[in-house]
Design a protein around this ligand. Structure first.
Ligand code: GCU
Length: 670
């Protein structure tokens, strides 16, 4: 039957190679699980379903494996896990007395191990002499849904929300369980189910019942539910005249509301807050700080096992200021002022999920505050569900960036995992790209972004190439050459997208408010820092935003080593050039070309590279399901059309400033 993409990377199709199947069959003759917990049950069931599908044989479930060989045994073993340093979520898979043991400290660790074992088969790796240990580097591995009560998804491009609020709590869409399976399979253990531009409605008694029903489906899979809160909820649904965090009535309201939430959802994860940002209300409305607000919520959580994730995505509409610095200006003075249950959630870059951004200067600059890294999986600025952009290279670029906070090697990854500043709590958030489309993410490559996010939140040391190969094997084909071709093209997609949209460090020149397509000529907008000319600063002299000491001096927010790396227009990597420098059109770059020629070169070769993507994709046609193949092939046609649109719009617009000809060989014939 045709593959509609619904089963994601959990397909469990029969392994075609009989010899390989036989090999696996010997090791997977039964699944044994003692203990009755819901989590162990789903672990065993997943193994059973998976193995039966992959191996084409029935795999019995036993409660005791005594004296038996050739099977898989699930084991919760706290002592062994502690001895092996696996932590609460880590697992070990090993061969013992001709059985395969999956063990971990808790049930959910065993569930992760079960998925890892299935991954061995779905990627065709051996089961012989296994000894795999794996523990997550980040504790709270969250998805953030920007889903609204009316079923729309802010910046969502894969249909509507998968949460059917009007049917809940009575009707449980089977899709919720598949969502949970997919997430658990990659280690995601929390989900914020509603938009950061939050509706107060989720905190009403009516909605808490619905949320509790969802939490009940996700719980066996180790996924905790979180809510985004609307700061003014005490006014809107609580009937209070204020939502001042220092007002005793407000504190009382949040405390009893939080108790009510935990009564309905005992393992509730906590609150995510967007406050005093883009028009949302917040503590500053009452002359209070972000810390006052966050700490009040932390106090309301009291002894409940929950967290407050307070977002640092704030900026002011100041045409003379630099939005790059806004979050630092507001949050740096608050370092050390947040209560222990508070984490500050920071986007990967200082502006807003652009195709390439320098790492956010808050990373490494708030040693006394645990920071959550927020990345965006939904492709708001990266071509929606039309452009193939594999995001692991982008996420890795940020994780691997060195902040030099405590000397060399203080990477963003090590800041957020708590090791640089010795924090005991850590988190990562991915803004979900999931919707009601049959294949969940619209573009098939979007599935890889969801997958890669989970894998990187578990282990940021994985390479984006290895993840692409792993995903391809499970989702599309195991034929080695085709895997190389698909993973190879995926690896290039992000840099190709950057080249035909915002090369050399250009940013924020996309269509107004929709954030799609080019609009570098945008001069007026509802807000002065939402225009394109504010960001690209093109003039007759040159192009780019001077953020050195001669300009906004945003560079000073970084450690001296980073300033050195980016502060000199001659030596900065060209990929970041226009983020930090206003460069004359005729300036020769390290590439040997002038700025203008290099800009043209990148726009033209970037757009042409989409044809290369098409050819690579065409080459794997015999190995890939025809429906999936045709869908991606069609999207690649649109992508090329739109790459030309971006190229022509930007080159012709910037040419009105550079007043130079488009260089050969790109110049259109006269
Ligand atoms: C972007 C996006 C908004 C979103 C905001 C946020 O600005 O366009 O839709 O609400 O980010 O992250 O809060």
């Amino acid at each position: 039957r045709a593959d509609d993409g619904y089963r994601l990377w959990l397909k469990y199709n029969l392994i075609a190679d009989a010899a390989q199947r036989k090999d696996y069959q010997k090791a997977a003759q039964f699944v044994a699980v003692s203990g009755q917990s819901a989590t162990l049950k789903v672990a065993a069931e997943e193994l059973q379903t998976g193995l039966q599908g992959l191996l084409g044989q029935s795999v019995p479930m036993l409660s005791d494996a005594k004296g038996k060989k050739g099977g898989i045994i699930l084991q919760v073993d706290a002592a062994a896990a502690d001895k092996a340093g696996l932590g609460p979520d880590g697992y070990r898979i090993y061969s013992d007395k001709q059985n395969l043991i999956i063990s971990g400290r808790r049930d959910v660790a065993v569930l992760y191990g079960a998925f890892a074992l299935l991954r061995q088969l779905t990627t065709r790796r051996t089961l012989n002499n296994l000894n795999i240990s794996s523990a997550p580097k980040i504790q709270h591995r969250l998805l953030n849904h920007w889903d609204n009560p009316n079923g729309t998804v802010e910046r969502g491009y894969a249909g509507s929300s998968i949460w059917k609020w009007y049917e809940l709590p009575e009707t449980i869409d089977p899709r919720y369980r598949d969502y949970a399976r997919a997430n658990a399979s990659i280690g995601i253990n929390g989900t914020v189910i509603n938009n950061v531009n939050a509706s107060a409605r989720y905190l009403t008694a009516e909605y808490l019942q619905k949320v509790a029903a969802l939490a009940g489906v996700l719980r066996p899979y180790g996924i905790r539910v979180y809510l985004s809160v609307f700061w003014a909820a005490p006014k809107v649904i609580g009937g209070l005249p204020t939502s001042d965090p220092l007002d005793p009535r407000v504190k009382q309201w949040w405390t009893s509301k939080t108790d009510e939430v935990y009564k309905a959802i005992p393992d509730f994860g906590g609150f995510l807050v967007k406050a005093n940002s883009e028009g949302e209300p917040g503590p500053q409305d009452y002359g209070r700080t972000h810390a006052d607000g966050a700490n009040m919520l932390a106090a309301a959580l009291g002894n409940h096992d929950g967290l407050v994730m307070w977002r640092a995505f704030v900026y002011k509409a100041d045409p003379k200021g630099d939005r790059f610095k806004a979050a630092s200006e507001e949050f740096l003075p608050l370092d050390g002022k947040f209560a222990p249950k508070v984490l500050v959630q920071v986007k990967n870059g200082p502006i807003d999920f652009q195709a390439r951004e320098p790492f956010h200067p808050l990373f490494g600059a708030m040693p006394r505050t645990p920071l959550v890294l927020e990345v965006q999986l939904t492709q708001e600025y990266l071509g929606f569900a039309t452009h193939a952009v594999y995001l692991a290279p982008l996420i890795k670029e940020v994780l691997d960036a060195d902040t030099y906070a405590k000397g060399q090697g203080s990477t963003v990854a090590r800041v957020i995992d708590g090791s640089v500043d010795k924090h005991s709590v850590s988190g990562m958030a991915g803004v979900a790209n999931i919707g009601s489309d049959r294949n969940w993410t619209g573009h098939l490559i979007g599935q890889a972004n969801w997958y890669a996010y989970g894998r990187l939140a578990w282990d940021y040391a994985l390479t984006s190439k290895a993840i692409a190969e792993e995903w391809t094997r499970q989702t599309l084909t195991t034929e080695p050459q085709a895997v190389q071709t698909v993973a190879g093209l995926m690896q290039q997609t992000r840099s190709i997208y950057v080249r035909y949209t915002t090369p050399l460090g250009l940013h924020h020149i996309m269509g107004e408010s929709i954030h799609y397509g080019p609009q570098p000529w945008l001069e007026r907008s509802a807000r002065p820092d939402w225009t394109s000319i504010y960001y690209h600063r093109a003039d007759s002299v040159g192009l780019g935003f001077d953020r050195t000491a001669r300009g906004s001096n945003a560079l000073a927010l970084y450690k001296p080593e980073v300033q050195k790396m980016w502060g000199n227009a001659q030596t900065i990597a060209p990929d970041y050039l226009l983020w930090f420098h206003h460069v004359p059109w005729q300036q020769r770059l390290s590439t040997g070309r002038t700025l203008w020629d290099e800009l043209c070169q990148r726009y033209y070769t970037g757009a042409d590279s989409v044809l290369w993507l098409q050819r690579q994709w065409a080459a794997v046609q015999p190995q890939v399901d025809p429906v999936l193949h045709a869908d991606v092939a069609a999207r690649l046609l649109t992508q090329h059309k739109e790459a030309l649109w971006w190229r022509d719009a930007c080159v012709l617009y910037f040419q009105t400033y550079s007043r130079r000809p488009i260089p050969a060989p790109f110049a259109p014939p006269q």
